[in-house]
Design a protein. Sequence first.
Length: 402
Amino acid sequence: MISVEEAIDIVMSHTLEPGKEKIFLDKAIGRVLKEDILADRDFPPFNRVMMDGIAINSQAWEAGRREYYVESMQTAGSPQQTLSETQNCIEVMTGAMLPQNADVVIRYEDVNITGKVANVSVDAVTSFQNVHLKGTDRRVDDILIHKDQKLSPAEIAILATVGKHAVEVVRQLRIAIVSTGDELVDVNDTPSPYQIRRSNTYALQSALQVNGHESKGFHINDEKEVLGVKLREIVEEYDLVILSGGVSKGKKDYVPEILEKLNVRKLFHGVKQRPGKPFWFGVREDGSSSTTIFALPGNPVSTFMCFYTYTLPWLNRCYGIDNREIEASLSEDFEFNPPLTYFLQVKLNLDKGQLLAIPVIGKGSGDLANLLEADAFLQLPSGRSVFKAGESFPVISYRQKI
Ligand SMILES: Nc1nc2c(c(=O)[nH]1)N[C@H]1C(S)=C(S)[C@@H](COP(=O)(O)OP(=O)(O)OC[C@H]3O[C@@H](n4cnc5c(N)ncnc54)[C@H](O)[C@@H]3O)O[C@H]1N2
Ligand code: MOO
Ligand SMILES: [Mg+2]
């Protein structure tokens, strides 16, 4: 059996290069950009009026003029007008082009308009007040977003404003989630006394979904032949296969044996960790294509922990997304004696800017209800048994709290 550190090294050194594809902007949220995005014009593209009011020429103001004849109105979305007489004004609306020969905008709150005459009630004006000057935010051809950026709503706004209705992003890997087990029935079914509803596929598919990955769910019973046939099809069609169950020592735990028969190269089976000890990992190479297989132990807490500790960081690495390394400090002394890395379930609290991990002890890796009480796993290293309050350890969070 290998250590957690060795397992992470092996997983992370077997990433894929997904390639790229072009997609429409309305489908781009959460995807990773594969091209630099340049400003197609200055930001803003013209001298933009920032307040509803009147536009005047500052020289007229300096010459003492406070009463202005309203020549016309410049609204947003209409071509630039020209102030024909500098002692006059033009009514202007937010978002409009500043009229030619005008360099000051005075807001309506500081103006009294009677008929066609505007009286200004402020004591001072400054050149280009209430004007958002052309090119002051960004210049044409500036790089606005660098490639490899994961797209959030802020990047989507920029892509829209520069007219990118389609963008080049990292191709989505084809992902299959496969649960195994005769005791498992679907969510719509009423289990017999000896059965349970399968939850791992739903947990994994939703964990993928919140991280921007589509996947297809499958279920296969513990029958060698069927497992062999169905897994062959899945392994040949998908880039990533995440299995749950069937990897331990049981008489019907066929998954490792079947995978090896399908020419999946085993990279490890068994990690010195709790939960998740029987975790199996391998790769099937077929000419230019390859399939990566995470066969996770079936106990729901093990499946969950292994996904967040190994599979999600692997996916992030494939997509060029940084894996955040966060630590939290233990709220109380904790003891764990076996020579294994222990992934302690914890609740996270922010305490005076410091992340505090409060142990939430469940009844082992079958106690999936305990996932509700906790937020994360605190990774306590092997080789020691006493962990002191205040000590910091890496934390793997499955909630959006941090
Ligand atoms: N003799 C030994 N027995 C076991 C060992 C061991 O080292 N020696 N390891 C234990 C550990 S640790 C784990 S974890 C489990 C792993 O078992 P498998 O990966 O073979 O998984 P299964 O046997 O198929 O199922 C285990 C458990 O999880 C439930 N399960 C499975 N899939 C789902 C699902 N999709 N949704 C909900 N629950 C699921 C299943 O009903 C079982 O109760 O083995 C220990 N045994
Ligand atoms: O490794 Mo198992 O996940 O402890 O129950
Ligand atoms: Mg088993």
